[in-house]
Design a protein around this ligand. Sequence first.
Ligand code: FAD
Length: 458
Amino acid sequence: MQSLWSQKTPLSSREELKGDISAKNVVIGAGMAGILIAYFLKKRGQEVIVLEAGELASGQTKNTTAKITSQHGLIYKEMIKNTGRLRAEGYARANEEAILAYEKIIEEEQIDCHFERIPSYLYSTREEGRELLKLEEMAALELGIKAHYIEGTEIQELPFQVTGALCFEDQAQFYPLEFISKISEGIQIYEHTKVVSVKKHEIYTEKGKVTAENIIFAAHYPFLIIPGFYFIRQHQSRSYVLALEGKRIPEKLSGMYYGIDDDGLSFRGAGSTLLLGGGSHRTGEERGGFCDLRNRAREYYPHATEIACWSAQDCMPHDRIPFIGQYSIWRPYWYIATGFQKWGMTSSMVAAMVISDAICKRDNPYRQVFTPQRLLIKAGFKNLCTDLIESVVGLAKGWLGPKEKRCTHMGCGLIWNEEEKTWECPCHGSRYDAEGELLDNPARRDMETKHLVGTRKK
Ligand SMILES: Cc1cc2nc3c(=O)[nH]c(=O)nc-3n(C[C@H](O)[C@H](O)[C@H](O)COP(=O)(O)OP(=O)(O)OC[C@H]3O[C@@H](n4cnc5c(N)ncnc54)[C@H](O)[C@@H]3O)c2cc1C
């Protein structure tokens, strides 16, 4: 299950940590967020190293679809209503600036990563979708985004009729590993160096201890339970991607598309390959997945050939705003970048701008927008309730069920995902392979009984 990006761009390997060292800034995690943060710090003359449990970009980043856009689904109307115009404006501007920042870095470093400016569209196939898209257009315009609504008849390159669409102009797409390969060149990264615990300025890895003035958690999902309590502020959701080629696949898509309906799909081109995304579900939930997505692909592109398929997951904060900035008031020298809700390309860039400014003691206009110390109860209340219920049910299943099927994070009952052959935690989204080896945070340890044979949940 290698993504198109992994097939096309092998990344060079780095050494692992040997023994104890110290550094001014230490980033945990070498995904898009961690590498961009390290890149910005280095550009500003700061000493920085990156500790990575696996390999460079081996987490969610290698399995993204890599749209670089401020169009994050239907968000702006709700965001203005729930969090106020100022915060929504800051969110929109930060993400628009992130697109520009990619363009600037790519130009300055002369990176050949298939970066192209291209419009992004939200679409609906339902009558009621028209109204929702028009309201979102008004909200986007109010926040300064170049947006316009168009009737469905103007969209010709999707394999079905849409009722309406909302275009954000001047968005972008690229090949993420080509980009990361180049910007990581001068950065000191230790691969196969998993952080097992962090105490104040000390980071304990499986290979040695690292002492740091500032510590940046860019490990996708923060694996510490206290402080921060991020596990009660977000859940994880999986999505699936198919790379299709052949008959009736458009030669080149002129836009990127994202459906706002419950069964909406994501489309982007990569040369003459079409990347079709969908099948999303909460991690540990038994629906969606490759099977769902393949059925849709067969319906719309019956003669296409699948040349790759992959999946990933992302953190979904209750109030739909990433957590970027100081980790906790109790640890002013720790920083966090998480909760990217499947829009981590621009969010990683925002994280790099905000966190590097904080460390270099510079003002940043977006610090307050993304601060993890915010409390937006109105914006996140419904999602908080859903997550609490999931957690209580998951914990009860874990503690009443067989011990060997418990998540090592908090003891929730694990669900077997037959399609991906993985054990998944529906509470916080940790994943393990069929042999019980940890795949995804926030758990830090393998399953207690390794080599438990995977069986379909009854
Ligand atoms: C299917 C799918 C499609 C997507 N498409 C888009 C898109 O088109 N546009 C967009 O903007 N976003 C998209 N996203 C979201 C985006 O891919 C992610 O938000 C982004 O890649 C997250 O980057 P990251 O650096 O935070 O995490 P990761 O890439 O997961 O990096 C975290 C790193 O930390 C390491 N790590 C974890 N624990 C430890 C530890 N204890 N010690 C050391 N290292 C550790 C991991 O090994 C990993 O390499 C998509 C998401 C999904 C699920």
